[in-house]
Design a protein around this ligand. Structure first.
Ligand code: AKB
Length: 315
């Protein structure tokens, strides 16, 4: 079997995707890569890869006989807003390099797009699969452009590109780095550690969300799906639930009744959130490759609190 390469493997998604892929396909079949070096000992091959350097990607793909790349290395929305030029260079340049190597070496490519690929002129409720995409953030601009670039490489060079418009991801293993939806993860940590959280979004800001096990399964299922059914192959709307900070706090209080939240709105992050959909229609993913989430808000909250509690107690 040709191996799998994960770029950005030390980030929020990669640090859980790599172990899942290794359990499924074997440690040696999954090459983790990142621009940073891992702190913990690796359980399988690790390569330092800077996606800004096409030769780094080429070297690793050739050396390990890579057949599929999960290209996760990217800057998230808030960091991208602070460093637009770095965001353009990494989010577009990195993807372009991966696609070029995939074209030369015959690799399949997974690309994580985002709810950020939509903008204020997009219908915010029940956002259709195909609709207006005029994002006002540099992050969103790189995500729409990434979707189009993947379409182009598929149509022009027959590269097997596939992608998902991911919502905010909730997870306990590694922290998200610089996203607008990070509040949802922070709220769980603060609820257990301090009993109190100050939220940077307004209490009524509604956004799509998903628990990490569902997101990982979606990526793996999409890459395994029958290509003949993939009409919207590079940009499936994907969601599991949508809620506001107020609603999440209420669900956490089912388990921790004394939990308190107050609000100090950060205009920068609020502006980004206000430009994104409240909830998307993900029926294309359901129809074309059988997408079904396992975790709703209640199941996510229960599992997050149990796992974090166990971790904090054993620390
Ligand atoms: C972010 O908030 O930037 C990401 C995303 C929704 O793409 N989590």
């Amino acid at each position: 079997m040709r191996r799998i390469l994960v770029t950005g493997a030390l980030g929020q998604i990669g640090s859980e995707l790599v172990p899942l892929l290794r359990t499924r396909f074997g440690d040696e079949c999954v090459v983790a890569s990142d621009v940073r070096h891992p702190e913990a000992p690796a359980t399988g091959p690790f390569e330092r890869v800077d996606c800004m350097q096409v030769q780094d990607i080429e070297r690793v793909v050739t050396r390990h006989s890579v057949g599929t790349v999960y290209h996760l290395a990217a800057l998230l929305s808030v960091v991208a807003k602070q460093r637009p030029s770095a965001a353009w260079d990494l989010n577009m340049g990195g993807l372009y390099h991966v696609l070029e190597v995939a074209r030369e070496c015959g690799c399949a490519v997974f690309f994580p797009s985002s709810i950020g690929a939509f903008g204020p002129s997009t219908p915010a409720q029940g956002t259709p699969q195909e609709t207006i995409q005029r994002p006002t953030t540099i992050y969103g601009i790189t995500k729409v452009s990434g979707e189009l670039l993947c379409d182009y490489y598929h149509r022009r060079f027959a590269v097997d590109t596939r992608g998902l418009r991911l919502p905010g991801l909730i997870s306990y293993a590694a922290p998200p780095g610089g996203g607008t939806t990070d509040y949802a993860v922070e709220m769980f940590f603060h609820a257990l550690n301090h009993g109190h959280y100050t939220c940077y979004l307004r209490p009524d800001t509604c956004l799509d969300m998903m628990y990490m096990p569902d997101a990982l399964r979606a990526m793996v299922e999409l890459m395994a799906a029958d290509a003949a059914h993939l009409v919207h192959r590079n940009a499936y709307n994907l969601t599991a639930m949508h809620f506001t900070p107020e609603r999440l706090a209420e669900e956490i209080r089912v388990h921790l009744p004394d939990f308190r939240v107050d609000y100090r709105v950060d205009p920068e992050r609020q502006e980004i959130a206000d430009s994104w959909p409240e909830w998307m229609d993900d029926s294309a993913a359901r129809e074309e490759w059988g997408w079904r989430p396992d975790y709703d808000l209640a199941a996510t909250t229960r599992d997050m609190l149990e796992r974090l509690d166990a971790r904090f107690r054993s620390a």
